[in-house]
Design a protein around this ligand. Structure first.
Ligand code: SF4
Length: 412
């Protein structure tokens, strides 16, 4: 099976001629300084070029250099990243910028060991930065390069195996050392993103068709062999847009996944169960209020790894929580927190002071505290776009019309 040895110098020249005419005009290629290459390569991890372009442009407008990024607040970074997914990348980027400021005189290092010690930078991203930003002979073996190099060498094995990785890396290395490493890597990326597509490669238009062993052996389209993917899991959630005096209830996520991002209250809505009931419970747990007259307001879809999520949206007014039952305690599972007057405090079962909802509303502005749950806030609708929202929350925000332009599903 072992095969790829690397295309000849004439193949590289043909590729570069094609790239000079057909290479993609991407914003990070216009001024490929190491900082911009770093930002683009981190954003491109597991994300398509089309999705990244607008995020990249907003990001470098807000943080034009490493100094400004190192001084950034995490919340501002997350807001700009909101919707791009894989939020750990944003946090790692911030941490990496601070390390570079501290230990590398505010510069992106140009050696693989230093690069790979930075948070969020693995072998692939390190190679891409070395080749594209510093012109070093490195091979950024992303999905496009893997496919093109495997087809050029008719490698039918698993490109993710140790053997496959070594053979394809060597084949790529032979090409990058026969031309400019930045141009060769980007040309291979562009060829894989256009003519040498996963399905139906357009070999007749390909600049390296003559030297492509996969093409001449008639096996190009079967290379690389398809990956086995785990089956998609369908999930249905109910989300509440709960309004109170022009503000809506949001919670800030904790935990490893999407930590620090804001979302609307949501509850799982398994088939056969009343979605509103579970949602009311969650809203009461988070905000200490009920949900009055919930109106269905459409749905949005979202995908995270292998989960296909459908979110049913309900809009409604915050309702006062249940009155205390005669003889003490409350009806329902959550103690009263929202019936207090402005600024009033109550005591919970432990005798600790808790905030009333009205105070929580004003606390958003002052940045203090919040509603019953320290990770929830009542936020003016007009301020939502200023927050780092989850992808689902952003879709809900777009699906539900803002106050003043309400249709049947809008916030009124
Ligand atoms: Fe890909 Fe076909 Fe070109 Fe070979 S000839 S590199 S299979 S497009």
């Amino acid at each position: 099976m072992p095969r790829p040895k690397g295309a000849g110098a004439s193949t590289t020249r043909a590729l570069l001629r094609w790239y000079a005419r057909h290479g993609r005009d991407l914003p990070w290629r216009r001024s490929p300084d190491p900082y911009r290459v770093l930002i683009s390569e981190v954003m491109l991890q597991q994300t398509t070029v089309e999705s990244v372009v607008p995020y990249y442009e907003r990001f470098v407008a807000a943080f034009p250099d490493l100094d400004s990024l190192a001084a950034a607040r995490e919340e501002d970074l997350l807001r700009l990243w909101s919707g791009l997914g894989y939020y750990r990348r944003a946090r790692s980027l911030l941490a990496a910028a601070r390390v570079m400021k501290r230990e590398h005189a505010g510069r992106v290092p140009d050696d693989p060991a230093s690069l790979q010690r930075l948070p969020g930078i693995g072998p692939y991203t390190s190679s891409a930065i070395l080749a594209i930003a510093f012109g070093r002979p490195a091979v950024a073996l992303d999905g496009n390069l893997v496919r093109v190099l495997a087809r050029l060498g008719a490698y039918e094995g698993d490109p993710r195996s140790a053997e496959g990785n070594r053979l394809l890396h060597d084949a790529g290395f032979a090409m990058v050392t026969a031309g400019s490493p930045a141009a060769v890597n980007q040309a291979l990326m562009d060829l894989g993103a256009s003519l040498c597509a996963p399905r139906r490669p357009r070999c007749r238009a390909c600049p390296v068709e003559r030297d492509c062993k996969g093409r001449s052996a008639g096996v190009a389209e079967a290379i690389p062999p398809p990956r086995r993917r785990s089956a998609a899991v369908a999930v249905t959630l109910a989300a509440g847009v709960v309004r109170r005096r022009g503000r809506v209830l949001l919670r800030r996520r904790a935990g490893a996944l999407m930590e620090g991002l804001w979302e609307f209250p949501m509850a799982e809505a398994p088939a056969g169960r009343d979605p509103v009931r579970a949602l009311r419970r969650e809203i009461r747990r988070l905000g200490g209020v009920g949900l009055h007259a919930p109106r269905p307001a459409g749905s949005v879809r979202h995908a995270i790894t292998n989960r296909r999520i459908r979110v049913e949206i309900y809009c409604g007014e915050a309702a006062d929580p249940p009155r205390p039952a005669p003889g003490g305690g409350t009806r329902g599972s959550v103690p009263v927190a929202g019936r207090a007057g402005p600024g009033a405090h109550r005591r919970n079962g432990n005798g600790r002071r808790t905030r009333g909802v009205t105070e929580a509303v004003s606390s958003y502005r002052s940045g203090r505290g919040g509603t019953r749950d320290p990770e929830t806030r009542w936020i003016p609708w007009g301020r939502l776009a200023d927050l780092p929202l989850t992808g689902i929350a952003r879709k809900i925000m777009r699906a539900v019309r803002p106050e003043g332009t309400a249709g049947s599903g809008g916030i009124r």
